[in-house]
Design a protein around this ligand. Structure first.
Ligand code: NAD
Length: 246
């Protein structure tokens, strides 16, 4: 189990204001908790299916307004710092289900009706574990519901800012609906202090561009998108790359 197990104190119906929750009070929290547990309790922890989470998806259905979805890959901290200040833009973790599962590990056991507090399979061990299946289904749903412009924050400090093996690269990008999403806008962010380079022209970003274009959406890319750069600069105000006039 992770440092925090799925005891769901997050489901006490107290939630941070940045969540995109039209009205959480109208949602029945104990029922959501029960439905979440029923997806994996008393089941083999390597044998979870998408269908197991169907009732939960149905119950906690949420949509983000058009143009307001932010995907991310290998840039979780900055993406979340950014949506905290840029209210009106939402990551998956700013929605109810993503918020509930973020940073947690959970599983059950076929021989017990309790949460397994001893050990849960690592996601490399068996792909059909409760945590991976959960992220796959909710990431898919999150992508399917996007409309207008979809933003994605990528990590330009890595040799491959876009990875086709990531959840963004294997699930989300393929579940955007080109009838609803006209543009995918990538923000490739570099660590402050790194020698500047334009990752938008890299092989890796080009791979993403090809996937997006083939799926009939427009692709745009910005290196060190300034509003997000300003968030990075809060911690490095003296650095030369942060010193340009506001
Ligand atoms: P990433 O490689 O930075 O992975 C993000 C986190 O998800 C990491 O902690 C990683 O260990 C974990 N993760 C990735 N694939 C997993 C899997 N199959 N099973 C269990 N954990 C897994 O970026 P990514 O893979 O592109 O995922 C980020 C994107 O997908 C975001 O756009 C988000 O909407 C969604 N997502 C979020 C989380 C999360 O932990 N909050 C996890 C998976 C997917």
């Amino acid at each position: 189990m992770s440092s925090e197990s799925l005891t769901f104190h997050r489901l006490g119906c107290h939630h941070p204001s940045q969540l995109v929750l039209p009205d959480l009070r109208s949602k029945d929290c104990p029922k959501i908790l029960d439905t979440f547990k029923n997806a994996f309790i008393a089941k083999n922890a390597c044998d979870i299916t998408k269908e197991d989470y169907e009732p939960l998806l149905h119950l906690a259905d949420q949509t983000v307004p058009c143009n307001k979805t932010l995907f991310w890959s290998k840039s979780k901290e900055l993406a979340h710092q950014f949506t905290r200040v840029q209210s009106g833009l939402f990551t998956l973790e700013d929605t109810l289900l993503g918020y509930l599962g973020d940073d947690l590990t959970w599983c059950g056991d076929a021989r017990s009706a309790e949460l397994n507090h001893q050990s849960c399979p690592h996601w490399h061990e068996c792909p059909s574990n409760p945590v991976s299946v959960f992220w796959n289904v909710i990431s898919q749903k999150f992508a399917e519901s996007a409309c207008g412009v979809a933003q994605v924050m990528l990590n330009g400090s890595l040799s491959e800012p876009f990875s086709k093996y990531s959840t963004f690269g294997s699930v989300e990008v393929y579940n955007l609906d080109p009838r609803k999403v006209h543009t995918v806008q990538a923000w490739v962010m570099h660590d402050v202090g790194e020698t500047s380079s334009n990752s938008c022209s890299s092989v890796s970003i080009n791979e993403l561009k090809l996937i997006v274009s083939k799926r009939n959406m427009t692709f745009t890319c910005q290196n060190n998108y300034r509003p997000a750069r300003l968030v990075q600069c809060v911690k490095h105000p003296e650095h030369s790359s942060c010193a340009s006039n506001i």
